[in-house]
Design a protein around this ligand. Sequence first.
Ligand code: FES
Length: 218
Amino acid sequence: MDHKLISRRDIEFLLFEWLDVVSLCDRPRYADHSRETYAGALDTAERIAAEHFLPHRRKSDVVEPEFDGERVHLIPEVQAAWNAFAESGLLAAEQDYDYGGMQLPSVVDKACFAYVLAANVGSAGYPLLTAANANLLLAHGIEIEHACEKSCACTTCHVIVREGFGTLTPSTEDEDDLLDRAWGLTPLSRLSCQAIVDAAPLVIEIPRYTINYAKEKH
Ligand code: FES
């Protein structure tokens, strides 16, 4: 790669020689991991940072988010970068396998995220806040049902955003099409797996009914 985000040698020195993260693989939680899986996650993070976050680093500074009274508008590259990061699995890298995560040690996850921060600190805020909100929801035991692994292919994660609706990223055509089938649709409805939140506080109502056949801890 011809970019200069962070020295890979420095990252490897910190993780493998100084912190000896491979020794964590002796613990049951990280037993599936190895130096190779850690290196694979770092490779993925470096590639996504370079290909999806770095190119719009200047544009995202120059073209600031705009609030039109109802919605916040961002340059489309931010959503594309968020999608690439989420699709790689890095968004839930630290989470349990049961939650669709990779159970990566936190220190390795942070090293991966350092590439994204180095590439574009502004756009890095969106996956950072999404992960932080997921942690908050999990810590407080709020379960939202799903039936499609959060891939925008069902309506089970339908929520009503009573306050803060305008601070979410705009819905896509696919999300709007699915929402048309949701039980109890309102003008403030969103699919929670698709809406990207920012730092603004939200008030969320989980509808009384959802279209799902099973309940999982997601
Ligand atoms: S979980 Fe299926 S659309 Fe959100």
